[in-house]
Design a protein around this ligand. Structure first.
Ligand code: TRP
Ligand code: ZN
Length: 511
């Protein structure tokens, strides 16, 4: 309390000293005495009291499907993680630069399955409480707009957690030869404290020390490799904002392979030693793909790209981890399509992130359409039409199932597929989000014509670069194309219960 008073005295010019009340209530109020309106503050003794109410940051950021994800009251600007992994336990510190978006008495972060040993805010030790989330009570309440440094010291044995969105577990995993993290939508909390929602993106520096002989690969650029007493420290830096779930992390022994796209973007791949030649060949055209997608969506948004390919039996999937997508070898049965899919996500998903998980078709529908565009580019328009027709047939059958599950293992339901714009929380990555999402874009293309359609795609990635965007933002952009029917066409595709027809392709086929 004493330090609270000190801070306020410094902040206020005309001040009779703060009155602080705590107690059972969840707010702290401080009375500031300020000059009343209209009076010359210098020579009037007349003052009025303005009460600043310091409240608890909410335990969710307001997501429609996962109200508990993310937190309110602050915004993370930067994560500086300094971690040591010894082959079992993880320990270290997470230093977060955060800005209060309301006067805060306490705020929360997501952290699961690890222990906290100390928390400071601007160097002052803070009390905290670790239950479902980590709640921090700074010793001095934080004024709205103020930026502070939060430091969390923690340790424990990281593990994966069940996925709130269904399918395989997320977070920290053991691979066949090492460890990795794949966290969409909510697994990042298994290895560091965060505001775990795409709405709060921040820059990142990750220093991680791993046992001798192992490497640590992450998102961004590798700035430094240093031998330490415990092993080898790798320093990775992301200078573009990144959502917590998109941070790549893989620990193991890798073959590093470097090239450059014709357009000049470095492509640096990390293949687990055991990944075979045929599988590595699927990544050979990434530079070409990158230049192709830059033609569609505008300049590549990051400094470099690459793939991390590892062996895992637990996660038969790939994730568009930022600047360096992560692939489990099992998903490579899908061939080059999945390589194109994850690369395109760097624009749609990573640079432009969803504002709400309910908008997931903006990621998966766009990335699906992107892999169809690559197919069209490499094999011609008939190949694209075949993919569209097959997707249409699949969606006309019983649902649901997902791109990330093996195609033959799709669960069947008599309900049919939910429209992509209103996905169920417990099956977020269902087939409709991907394929009906992709068909939505193809239907829009056939309706508008190529030139206006590709204009919409480029504007989308350009206008929301490094930010967040919603389905409403997309509908507004489509409306701006000037075509009166375009918006309602897209609305039907993403929200109507029944799969709309594609007359241009004679879909559905006449009964
Ligand atoms: N976004 C991934 C894709 O491009 C799918 C996915 C969702 C995923 N959650 C995941 C992959 C968790 C790995 C782990 O298809
Ligand atoms: Zn995807």
């Amino acid at each position: 309390m004493r330090s609270a008073a000190v801070v306020l005295v410094l902040l206020l010019t005309a001040c009779s000293g703060p009155a602080i009340s705590t107690g059972a209530s969840s707010t702290v109020t401080m009375e500031e005495t300020v000059a009343s309106d209209g009076a010359d503050p210098e020579d009037t003794p007349s003052t009025t009291a303005r009460v600043v109410e310091y409240t608890d940051g909410s335990s969710g950021i307001g997501d429609s499907l996962f109200p508990e994800l993310g937190n309110g009251g602050y915004d993370v600007e930067h994560y500086a993680l300094d971690l040591v992994f010894d082959g079992e336990a993880l320990s270290g510190s997470a230093e977060l630069t955060i800005t209060a978006t309301q006067p805060i008495r306490s705020f929360r972060l997501e952290l699961t399955g690890l222990n906290v040993t100390g928390v400071t805010v601007d160097g002052l030790s803070a009390s905290y409480d670790l239950a479902d989330e980590l709640t921090v009570y700074p010793s001095v309440p934080i004024d709205e707009g103020k930026t502070v440094t939060l430091d969390v010291k923690y340790h424990g044995i990281p593990r994966s957690v069940p996925n709130v969105a269904g399918r395989f577990p997320v977070g920290w995993h053991q691979s066949v030869d090492g460890w990795f993290a794949l966290s969409e939508p909510a697994g990042a909390d298994t290895w560091f404290p965060s505001n775990n929602h795409p709405l709060d993106k921040a820059t990142l520096s990750l220093r991680i020390t791993v046992p001798p002989g192992l490497e640590a690969v992450s998102s961004g650029s590798l700035l430094e490799v240093e031998a330490t007493e415990q092993g080898t420290a790798y320093l990775w830096d992301s200078n573009e904002p990144i959502a917590p779930y998109l941070i790549a992390l893989a620990i193991g022994v890798f073959d590093r392979e470097e090239s450059t796209s014709v357009g000049g973007v470095p492509i640096i791949n990390y293949f687990d030693e055991d990944v075979g030649e045929a599988e590595r060949r699927l990544f050979a055209r990434q530079g070409e793909m990158l230049d192709f997608f830059a033609g569609i969506f505008g300049p590549y948004p990051f400094d470099e790209y690459g793939a991390i390919v590892l062996e895992t039996t637990e996660v038969p999937a790939a994730l568009e981890t930022q600047t360096r997508s992560t692939f489990g070898t099992q998903i490579l049965v899908l061939g080059e399509a999945v390589v194109a899919h994850e690369l395109s996500h760097q624009w749609v998903g990573d640079s432009v992130s969803v504002a709400d998980w309910g908008d997931i078709w903006l990621n998966e529908g766009f990335a699906t359409y992107s892999d169809w565009l690559w197919l069209e580019h490499t094999q011609g328009n008939a190949a694209l039409e075949k993919a569209v027709t097959e997707a249409y047939a699949r969606l006309s059958g019983p649902g649901p199932g997902g791109f990330s599950s093996t195609q033959e293992g799709l669960a069947q339901s008599k309900e049919g597929f939910p429209p992509p714009g209103s996905p169920p929380a417990d099956d977020l990555f269902n087939l409709s989000v991907y394929q009906r999402g992709g068909l939505t874009l193809h239907a829009l293309r056939l309706h508008l014509g190529d030139e206006p359609f590709f204009g919409v795609l480029k504007d989308w990635a350009t206008e929301h670069r490094y930010g967040n965007a919603s389905t409403d933002d997309f509908l507004e952009l489509v409306e701006r194309s000037g075509d009166t029917r375009a918006r309602s066409l897209v609305e039907e595709w993403i929200f109507a219960k029944d799969l709309p027809p594609i007359d241009e392709l004679n879909l559905p086929p006449p009964e």
